[in-house]
Design a protein around this ligand. Structure first.
Ligand SMILES: [Zn+2]
Length: 164
C-alpha cells in the first residue's frame, strides 16, 4: 500500500493533480490515516476553530459547535443542524425560461422549461455556487446526503466521533 504525504493530498483537494497522479490515489487501497490527514488539511484551510467532523460537500463540513453538529461553509456561514437540508438556507436562482437555460445549453438542445428547471444554490455568506439541481418544476429540494456520523466513526475508524 502506498502512503501519500500531506502535500500530495492537499494538491488533490485543491484539484492540482494530473489524472496520472490522481488515478492511483483514488483507485488504490486507502492508507489507514487518510481520513485524518484530509480532515487536518481541511481544518488548516478554514479560518474558524470548530472541529470538522465530516466534510459533506465541496466547501461544506459538519462541525461540532457547542455540542451540536451543524453544517458550516469554508467562509464561516452556519447552515444549522446537519439533519436539516442546508440548501433551504441558500440563496437560490431558478432558471426556468428557455433564455436562461440557453446560457448553459446550445439553442434547441436544452430541455423544455415546462418540464425542467435548473436551480442554483449559493452560500448566503460567500455566494459560492454550492450545487445545482436539474429537476421538474415544483420538484422538492433534493437532500443530497444524510450521513450516519456515529456509525461511520465506529465502523470505519474504530473510534467515537470527536464530539461524543
Ligand atoms: Zn460560504
Amino acid at each position: 500500500m502506498v502512503k501519500y504525504d500531506k502535500k500530495t493530498l492537499e494538491r488533490m483537494i485543491d484539484g492540482d493533480l494530473t489524472w496520472e497522479e490522481l488515478k492511483p490515489i483514488i483507485s488504490g487501497t486507502k492508507d489507514p490515516d487518510r481520513f485524518d490527514k484530509i480532515i487536518e488539511i481541511l481544518q488548516e484551510k478554514v479560518s474558524w476553530d470548530e472541529k470538522i467532523i465530516l466534510p459533506i460537500h465541496e466547501h461544506l463540513h459538519i462541525v461540532s459547535k457547542d455540542g451540536k453538529r451543524i453544517v458550516k461553509c469554508d467562509c464561516g456561514y452556519e447552515f444549522g443542524d446537519y439533519k436539516e437540508n442546508w440548501k433551504k438556507k441558500c440563496r437560490i436562482r431558478v432558471r426556468d425560461t428557455a433564455e436562461e437555460l440557453e446560457e448553459f445549453y446550445p439553442k434547441y438542445m436544452s430541455s423544455d422549461p415546462d418540464w425542467m428547471e435548473l436551480r442554483e444554490y449559493f452560500c448566503p455568506g460567500c455566494f459560492t455556487l454550492l450545487d445545482t439541481e436539474a429537476v421538474p418544476p415544483g420538484y422538492p429540494t433534493i437532500f443530497n446526503f444524510l450521513p450516519d456520523i456515529d456509525a461511520f466513526y465506529k465502523e470505519w475508524l474504530g473510534r467515537k466521533a470527536p464530539d461524543r
